[in-house]
Design a protein around this ligand. Sequence first.
Ligand code: CA
Length: 225
Amino acid sequence: MRILIVEDETSIANFVRDGLEEEGFAVDIADNGKKGLQLALDYIGDYDVIILDWMLPGLNGIEICRNIRKENTDVPIIFLTAKDTVDDVVFGLEAGANDYVRKPFSFEELLARIRVLMRKNISETSIFSASGIELDVDKHSVTRNGLPVDLTQKEFALLEYFIRNKGKACRRTRIIEKVWDIHFDYDNSVIDVYINSLRKKLDEPGKPSIITTLRGVGYKIESDE
Ligand code: CA
């Protein structure tokens, strides 16, 4: 799951990025408005959430938000801004944002709001399961047949992507776009390394891997249904 942060204050951008990466997100940062809009439009469909500062050099957050909405995309947008009056919040939401967090902010609150926006509907749970594996996004935990499995951040992110898309073919290019950030150098063998380590941690000896290789395409986790 990939997030864009448009924020000109480096300390805030890095603080949010570090926290999100610990949760398994891939994170891109734009430090000015023009770059932010450019990334948002170039990678439209790759971002699961966009976090937008309001006061930015180049192009302000309101203009970015309106321009993204002009493209008819429903990517969730959260304002993260020091503009804190009720009028500001209303103005931000009217520009097309889904949520609004005032600075100073708590990371826990921002994360909770991101999780809510990523749910397709209110009743969707944070727990995904397939083939004896259970992944809890909120608790950031994984079990196999009820026993805890210790995964690295990237292993977790990869498994989360597969399990959210269980039963579907996950193409390698799509995996890279959703699990790695913009600095990924498209070295395909990196995916194989992570798939291997996931299999080692998740598969049961003597049984077929829970991650099926689709030759020339990518990978798939079977749906239980
Ligand atoms: Ca700013």
